[in-house]
Design a protein around this ligand. Structure first.
Ligand SMILES: [Zn+2]
Length: 164
């Protein structure tokens, strides 16, 4: 007698390993690790290199382009902000009077860099929603992110230059 309780879902429980073996029955697919021909294997593991194998749905197109492009300036800004942290920290630590510590565009730039890095985290968390947008909307989003960063860079470098 079957003691397993299957309340509402009457669909038979699937065995991913059995599905993989069934998929490779009479089908030649190279092992993703060692390229061994996995045709007719009897277990969900490469007989050549021992790599465990799974069956999954793929897409022929790589579509991460816009998201990566949108995340790139924030990654750079975040790393830069960490380095700019040093003069900003010294300014606060030594309580340097205005004009002696880090100039205000450096402070603003540092704050912007950390905000930008935080936006990358947000983009990553919502990556599936962003990936569901049309390519056009993703492109516009990436262009907007780059626009804000370029504008900020020009404004801050310009302000620093005018202070000389
Ligand atoms: Zn292998």
């Amino acid at each position: 007698m079957d003691v397993e309780t299957a309340p509402t879902n009457t669909r038979p429980r699937r065995d991913p390993d059995a599905e993989l073996v069934a998929f490779l029955d009479g089908r030649s697919v190279p092992c993703p690790r060692c390229a061994y021909d996995l045709r007719d294997i009897k277990a969900a593991r490469c007989p050549e290199c021992g790599e465990p194998l799974i069956l999954k749905v793929g897409t022929p197109r790589i579509r991460f382009g816009w998201l990566v492009l949108a995340m790139a300036p924030g990654c750079f800004s975040g790393v830069a902000a960490l380095f700019v942290m040093i003069p900003v920290f010294v300014t606060f630590w030594q309580r340097l009077p205005p004009g002696h510590g880090a100039p205000w565009p450096v402070m603003v730039g540092d704050a912007f860099g950390f905000l930008s890095a935080a936006s990358v985290v947000l983009m990553y968390r919502h990556r599936h929603r962003i990936m569901a947008w049309t390519a056009r909307r993703q492109g516009a989003f990436a262009a907007g992110v780059w626009g804000v960063h370029v504008l900020m860079f020009v404004l801050l470098v310009g302000a620093l230059w005018l202070m000389q």
